[in-house]
Design a protein around this ligand. Structure first.
Ligand code: NAD
Length: 315
């Protein structure tokens, strides 16, 4: 029996949403019906490239599609996502799920009321380097993260914690599987009136400590996450899509040796894997890999870090 083709719409086709549109328009099992952007010229330009309808209001696609992908600025996520979820239309919301825990809760409640699938765009979970190294990560004692980027001129409705660090907060939470017991954090607003550089040191109940640095005003781009374990060290470069695993090898009568190096990483576009997971979840009725509760946990931790930074800045 042939699979039903799911009709999709992308809401917000700026920097990231145009890639959602490109991928959904070329995905087996889905057809891109419409792209929506309040910027009409942008909607037309992107729609023209992918053979979809160009619309300027999310309400125009309501009831006409089987799923939507939302890549509008974060401040609009809650309003647009609840609109579709209330109607029972499955939604993928770009990260961060929302600006606040209250908004995240409203989105999750709307999904729960209708039973519609809710996925969150924490793309790094689908990064092939993360996928390749994931099984080597086991009870890390210390995690060191650097995510540095150049000034984006976008996403300035949120600070660097909600914009960039949130990727790593989600990754770390998905690995440590515990709440942060203590948070130390410092942030600096440099080019905007929000925090553009941030560092957070998180201690989890297991004793694991994560030291996470994010900047959106750096000269160079760095995407590194390193896990230090009792018997292993794992280093992932999510930008270069490379991973290294080193292990302690013990042999009787000799000092332990450290052995390892680069591990094979499959080629692949994280966003494509994320959208494929969402479409498959809608088709089969299973939960998406990254759901509303994951998105909420990351938002809650980002909010706690930002609060701690604000408290320090006032001193
Ligand atoms: P952007 O400013 O380039 O694009 C946003 C687009 O949404 C614009 O074209 C704008 O006109 C449109 N828009 C605004 N309000 C709208 C509305 N009410 N209805 C329809 N369209 C509307 O921003 P971006 O960099 O593409 O970021 C969009 C979202 O994607 C943000 O939530 C951001 O955090 C997220 N993002 C995620 C990743 C990732 O790696 N997963 C990377 C970049 C951005």
């Amino acid at each position: 029996m042939s699979e039903r083709i799911l009709r999709a719409a992308v809401i917000g086709v700026g920097h990231l949403g145009r890639h959602h549109a490109r991928i959904l328009s070329s995905m087996a099992g889905a057809t891109l019906d419409a792209v929506v952007d309040v910027n009409e010229a942008r909607a037309r330009e992107v729609a023209g490239g992918v053979g979809a309808r160009a619309l300027t209001s999310a309400r125009e696609v309501m009831g006409q599609v089987d799923l939507v992908s939302i890549a509008t600025p974060t401040e609009t996520h809650a309003e647009i996502a609840t609109l579709f979820l209330e109607q029972g239309t499955p939604v993928l919301v770009e990260k961060p799920l929302a600006r606040s825990v209250g908004e995240a809760d409203a989105i999750i409640a709307a999904a729960a009321r209708s039973g519609a699938a809710l996925a969150v765009g924490h793309t790094e979970r689908f990064n092939p380097a993360v996928v390749a190294a994931r099984s080597a990560v086991d009870n890390p004692r210390f995690i060191e993260v650097h995510r540095l980027g150049t000034f984006p001129e976008r996403s300035l409705d949120i600070d660097v914690v909600f914009d960039l660090m949130i990727h790593d907060l989600d990754l770390v939470l998905s690995i440590v599987q515990a709440e942060a017991e203590s948070i130390e954090a410092v942030g600096v607003p440099v080019l905007t009136d929000r925090f553009d550089i941030a560092n957070a040191r998180l201690r989890f109940a297991s004793g694991c400590v994560a030291n996470i640095t994010a900047s959106r005003i750096s000269r160079d781009r760095t995407r590194k996450i390193r896990f230090f374990q009792r018997d292993a060290y794992i280093s992932i470069d999510t930008g270069a899509k490379e991973a290294e695993v080193y292990r302690l090898v013990r042999s009787p009568g000799r000092r332990p040796a450290i052995e390892g190096g680069k591990i094979p990483v499959r080629d692949g576009e994280p966003l494509r894997h994320e959208l494929e997971d969402f479409v498959d979840a809608v088709r089969t009725g299973r939960a998406p890999l990254v759901g509303g509760e994951d998105g909420r946990r990351a938002v809650a931790l980002a909010a706690a870090i930002t609060e701690r930074m604000a408290a320090c800045t006032r001193i």
